[in-house]
Design a protein. Structure first.
Length: 203
């Protein structure tokens, strides 16, 4: 099987970046990039650590990623399953990458930078929802930021409702857990109770 093993081999096939792909990248949050962050309700957070890489979904009401200044963004760590894969990685390796999705738009936004975790009480309280504060806040120093063109969204038809997948056609979380745990976890009871349990622990 033929493989690409050097940068020279790669550049021979792909050539050089087009000028617009370089011009869009800056080291601070511009007014236009601020506008994209403020309307995004979803971001994928990529981290790395000794055990390998992790990519975690983060979602909340639009604007949940707070812009502290033109080189700093903050993400509240809402309640979840306590695996803390991303947080464990950040403590040991601060490098992170973000990919923001904008429902209905072909554009996405990417940030690369370094992060740390803050548990400063006033900061935690400032992110409270329904009186519940996050247990930590991910503070990210922006090193590069740029938009990604719409080709992937267009090719995937991500926002086309005619392409939405019927949940009934997929294995449920309860079924997956039951299979992997020899029926010690999950099952129909898990699926039936999940929505109510999530509602109680959303924030």
């Amino acid at each position: 099987m033929s493989t690409i093993n050097t940068i020279e081999d790669l550049e021979e096939i792909y050539g050089t970046p087009v000028p617009t792909s370089l011009a869009k990248e800056v080291n601070h949050i511009t007014p236009h990039y601020r506008a994209l962050i403020e309307v995004s309700p979803f971001v994928a957070l990529a981290t790395g650590g000794p055990e390998g890489l992790d990519c975690s979904p983060r979602g909340d009401m639009a604007g949940f990623v707070r812009i502290a200044d033109e080189t700093t963004v903050m993400i509240p760590d809402r309640r979840g399953n306590n695996r803390v894969d991303s947080l464990r990685n950040i403590v040991r390796d601060p490098r992170v990458a973000l990919l923001f999705l904008l429902p209905g738009s072909g554009s996405t936004l990417r940030i690369n930078g370094k992060a740390y975790l803050s548990v400063e009480p006033n900061l935690l309280d400032s992110f409270a929802v329904d009186g519940k504060s996050p247990r930590s806040v991910i503070v990210i120093d922006v090193e590069t930021i740029y938009f990604q063109c719409a080709r992937a969204i267009i090719r995937s038809e991500l926002w086309n409702p005619d392409r939405f997948i019927d949940p009934a056609s997929l294995p449920t979380p309860g079924q997956i857990l039951a299979t992997l745990s020899n029926n010690e976890l999950g099952g129909e009871a898990y699926d039936n109770s999940w929505a109510d349990n999530a509602k109680e622990s959303m924030w």
